[in-house]
Design a protein around this ligand. Structure first.
Ligand SMILES: [Zn+2]
Length: 246
């Protein structure tokens, strides 16, 4: 079964399928039409947000897909329409919260969604080799890695190992500035703002930490956006680098 998300941006005789696909209308078009090459970065983003709405409204479609057909289609070649850098937190399963299936997303997960060279390299691979034109940095409320960093900064907590310390060190520059503001007195608001600050820094590190990605942004319209997933509601909110509507 092909779900409506496969129709976004697909062109049928000059008419975009998205124009044809009203609520509940399913059009049988080949899976090929969903390849990332046919999706503009804006359409790819819309497709993700539509998937999150299905998740929030408990109308998931990915699990109804024909796995045999998808395995057959993706075994030789992957064509993910978006790359997502997310936290490793078990409560943020990326494909599920965006209601996407096999072969749809190139997902990189690491505690605190931090950007180290291997994460940049992974995104470069998705962009250069797989043609992905949308990159989403997805943080989440209640992030343990961000809170651990705040605890180190505010209460001189010790990280149990150098390896964990390397994650804290990547988050630290993003949140340090917040502790110089009144936010330091409000634990909840501080944590919330720190998550977003960390996402912004990660998104910027992807935008400017690689000549290759920088060139793609300038010449090919590669889009890098920052978003936050809410653990309580399941809603993804875009808040960084989002293009103006229209
Ligand atoms: Zn986290």
């Amino acid at each position: 079964m092909l779900s409506r998300r496969h129709l976004v941006g697909a062109t049928l005789g000059g008419v975009t399928a998205a124009m044809l696909a009203g609520p509940g209308l399913e059009l049988a078009i080949p899976r090929e039409a969903s390849a990332q090459s046919t999706l503009s970065p804006d359409d790819a983003l819309q497709s993700l947000m539509d998937g999150n709405r299905r998740f929030v409204e408990r109308r998931l479609t990915s699990f109804q897909e024909d796995i045999d057909m998808l395995l057959q289609h993706t075994a030789e070649k992957q064509e993910p329409f978006a790359s997502v850098l997310a936290c490793a937190d078990s409560r943020v399963p990326v494909e599920l919260v965006f209601d996407q299936g096999l072969g749809d997303l190139f997902v990189i997960r690491v505690a605190g969604n931090v950007v180290a060279p291997s994460q940049i390299g992974s995104v470069e691979y998705a962009v250069e080799q797989l043609g992905t034109r949308l990159v989403v940095v997805l943080g989440h409320t209640g992030c343990g890695a961000v809170q651990a960093t705040l605890d180190v900064l505010q209460h001189s907590a010790e990280t149990p190992s150098r390896n964990l310390g390397s994650i804290v060190d990547r988050i630290r520059p993003a949140v340090e500035g917040l502790l110089a503001t009144e936010l330091r007195r409000d634990r909840e608001a501080l944590a919330r703002q720190a998550v977003r600050a960390n996402v912004r820094v990660a998104a910027n590190a992807l935008r400017h930490g690689s000549h290759l990605l920088e060139r793609r942004i300038e010449n090919d319209g590669l889009l890098v956006v920052g978003a936050e997933y809410d653990l309580e509601t399941g809603v993804v909110e875009l808040f960084d680098g989002v293009p103006e509507a229209g």
